[in-house]
Each structure stands twice: as C-alpha cells, then as structure tokens.
Design a binder for this molecule. Structure first.
Ligand SMILES: [Zn+2]
Length: 267
C-alpha cells in the first residue's frame, strides 16, 4: 500500500535557483516499505526487500522531478574520498553496478545526473556553484567530518571546475543534533588532534560522562575555513534522532532502520 502523504525537504538557500537546480532530502513518508523500513526507505544495504527500495526510488524521483534512470548513488565508507561523476556513471548504484567504492562525496557539472547519498543521522551536505554550474553532495558522519570531507569537496570543485569558494552556496541538511550526538572520549580525542579549533563544538556533560558533537557546527566551521561566506551556508534545524516520525535515525531506531536520501541535480 502506498501512502499518499509523500513529503520531502528543500532548502531556502537554493530557492532562487529552482530553475537550475533540484536539491532535496527524503522523509520516511510516501514509500512502499513496511515494518522498521516504513515507508520511504532509500537504502539498499538496510536489509529491506530490494524491490521495495527500488520502487521507493521510482516514487521519490517521480515526485521531485528527477528521471529515475539518471540517479548515481555514492558508495559510502565514512571517508573523505570524492568522485567526479560523468555521463559514464549514469545509473550506477541503482540500475547499474557501481565500479567504485569508499566514495562519500560526489561532484558533477553535468545536467541530468542525480547525485545521491544516503543517511540515517550523518549529515547531508549540498554544494552549489551558481557561476560555473557545478554541484556536490557529501555524506558526513564524525569520521568523514574529522577527515574534512567538506574541505575535500571545495578543493575538488575548485581544481576540477574552477569553482570560486566565495560564490558557493551550501546547505547542511538534517542530522543528529549537538544535544543528541553522544560520543566517547576516543572520538573527542580525534577532533583534539586535528587542531581545527572546534573545541566549543564538542561539549562534555557530567550527567552522562559523555561528549557531544555538533556535527553541523563543525562542518560549518570547516566550510567557512575554505572561504565560503557564512551567509551562504544554510543549516537545517531538524534533528534526525528526535524526529523519528519524519526520518530514519541509526541511533534513534537503535540500528533497526531504513535510510533517508539526499539528492541533487542540475537541470
Ligand atoms: Zn537531537
């Protein structure tokens, strides 16, 4: 049974560019999956029936104006490897096999290629260069963030397509928030060693004896460090872990969950 309440998110920072760009994030609503995957599960490696995920991709792309055949999905490994996606890659990860691995960031300047990353607490980060007409999409959990995947994205866009960071627009989508993202001291230590000045974005709470990461804030800082104007960065208010009716959350659903997807395409 298909739910009729299909819902997805867009980002105000890209509103002016609607004619040139699609940049969306899925919610759990409007798909065909059931049980813990209810209903718009867009993750093939979640344990859900493959045909249901496939059908969900059909429904989702139809509803947001993307051609199903043009989807290219990342091969996420919590790393900072970036792939420049070309026509040769169209369909990979959905209707064709992937011939790449450990790719958490995708970039392209080709219209009609729908870059796709999947998420369940980790941040989706959207990059758009309106001058050179280049897009990028990254998946950033604490590991990718600590490896500065955003810096790699901006550098790759600059080196490959001549993107000027001053012109870049960025949106950081829904992810687990700074009040929910509990980590142990070993993770805190990783960020200490980076010397990127994110101390104020990692807090300690006596009650739980744990550290809390502001993954959105840390990525925002790393993006500003690349020369992007602060006013050109949009931060989503949504926490995935406290909006379980809207999003799949790895922590909120204790690992038994589907995946949300971020998609970005030049028209
Ligand atoms: Zn939260």
């Amino acid at each position: 049974m298909i739910e009729n309440n299909f819902r997805y998110l867009t980002f105000p920072i890209f509103d002016r560019h609607k004619g040139d760009l699609i940049a969306v994030f899925s919610t759990r609503h409007g798909g065909v999956s059931t049980g813990i995957f209810e209903s718009m599960n867009l993750g093939f490696s979640t344990g859900d029936k493959k045909e249901n995920v496939f059908q969900n991709y059909r429904i989702f792309t139809d509803n947001v104006g993307i051609d199903f055949k043009n989807v290219v999905i990342s091969s996420q490994y919590h790393h900072n490897n970036i792939k420049v996606v070309t026509e040769d890659d169209i369909g990979k990860g959905l209707i064709r096999d992937q011939d790449y691995e450990d790719v958490d960031g995708l970039i392209t300047n080709r219209p009609d290629i729908a870059l796709t990353t999947t998420h369940a607490d980790c941040a989706p980060i959207y990059f758009y260069d309106p001058e050179r007409k280049v897009i990028g999409l990254a998946h950033a959990g604490w590991m990718g963030t600590s490896m500065d995947i955003c810096g790699e994205m901006v550098r790759t866009m600059h080196q490959t397509f001549g993107t000027n960071p001053q012109e870049l627009l960025v949106a950081i989508g829904p992810s687990i928030c700074k009040d929910c993202y509990e980590v142990d001291i070993d993770v805190k230590a990783v960020f200490d060693e980076l010397h990127v000045g994110v101390d104020e974005l990692v807090t300690f709470r006596q009650e739980t004896n744990k550290y809390y990461l502001d993954i959105t804030g840390i990525n925002r800082k790393l993006i500003v460090d690349q020369g992007i104007k602060p006013e050109n960065i949009y931060l989503s208010d949504y926490c995935t872990m406290t909006n379980l009716d809207l999003f799949f959350s790895h922590r909120g659903h204790k690992g038994r969950r589907g995946s949300n997807a971020a998609m970005m395409q030049l028209r």
